[in-house]
Write a new protein. Structure first.
Length: 305
């Protein structure tokens, strides 16, 4: 049961992340550039978390100095770098290609988990990863364009840095309350992105209520919720499995764009989305019994009166 709760948490995390592109697109229509949106996203998320935990769960603010430093490092050198790399990639290549390069991270996570953390990959897990990756290629297949060669490396860098974030989080934050981790990860990310992007204060103050509503949406739905849910799920399963399950994100993004932005999905994209779903759901919920489990259950039944 613990595993299945974790699988649901990672799925929910991927679904929340899937709305990130929708908020970003609508935010740009309200006059927010990429740098401002990134800085405001994490700054508002950090502010809301600090206020919420201080008022309702102050004990979650308290962590050991070691865990605070780990969480701050994951934010500053993991999440901030990954986010910056991804948006730098979008500046030089088409969004579908950038997304495809970002989603090399499940491959990197599984390779790292297998060779570095010695987490054994089952044949089913390998099959699910291949199936979901193939579906992802079909789902994102479209008008690929490259204006800057460096953007390709930024795209790959986003996938690599996010995979490192996932692997390290799974290993060093297994006993940390997910909301506590999110508090310090998001705070460090906000500080780094504020310093890097240096948003125009006058422009930010003059934003209308629609722009602030979108920033609030991206801060809560696509930042606080998915970061917290993902770590909560990651604490209940291996990193490699979590990385495959969270691939529900691009499917959510495509479906949301279809309904909210009237972007039509081609038959090829629909087929790709279906393959991703099959791979993700098989990896998440198909749990074949091991030989020992089956033998033990058979023995129990024989001994029962």
């Amino acid at each position: 049961m613990k595993y299945f709760v974790g699988a649901l948490q990672v799925l929910a995390s991927g679904i929340c992340f899937g709305f990130l592109g929708i908020f970003a697109r609508l935010g740009q229509q309200q006059g927010l550039d990429v740098g401002e949106l990134l800085a405001l996203r994490f700054s508002l998320a950090a502010l809301l978390l600090w206020l919420g935990l201080y008022l309702f769960q102050p004990k979650l603010i308290r962590l050991s100095v070691k865990q605070i430093l780990i969480s701050l490092s994951l934010g500053a050198f993991g999440y901030a770098v990954f986010s910056t790399f991804y948006f730098k990639a979008i500046e030089g290549i088409s969004v579908p290609l950038a997304a495809m390069l970002l989603f090399t991270f499940p491959l990197f996570v599984n390779l790292g988990a297998h060779f570095v953390l010695k987490e054994r990959m089952t044949k089913l897990q390998v099959a699910c990863l291949i199936l979901a990756t193939l579906g992802l290629v079909l789902l994102l297949w479209g008008d690929f364009s490259v204006q800057k060669i460096s953007a390709i490396f930024f795209g790959l860098g986003s996938g690599l840095t996010y995979s490192i974030y996932v692997l390290v989080s799974g290993r060093v934050q297994a006993q940390v309350a997910p909301l506590s981790s999110s508090l310090y990860v998001i705070t460090a990310t906000a500080l780094v992105l504020d310093l890097y992007n240096q948003p125009n204060i006058i422009h930010v103050i003059g934003l209308g209520w629609k722009a602030w509503a979108l920033v609030a949406g991206i801060a809560v739905v696509s930042t606080i919720a998915p970061l917290t849910l993902f770590l909560a799920g990651l604490q209940k399963m291996k990193s490699g499995k979590a990385a495959v399950i969270v691939m529900i994100e691009p499917v959510t993004a495509a479906v949301a764009a279809n309904f909210l932005l009237n972007e039509i999905l081609s038959p090829l994209q629909l087929a790709g989305g279906a393959l991703v779903l099959i791979g993700v759901l098989l990896d998440a919920f198909y749990r074949p019994e091991t030989k020992n489990q089956t033998e033990n259950q058979t023995s129990d039944r024989r001994e029962a009166p």
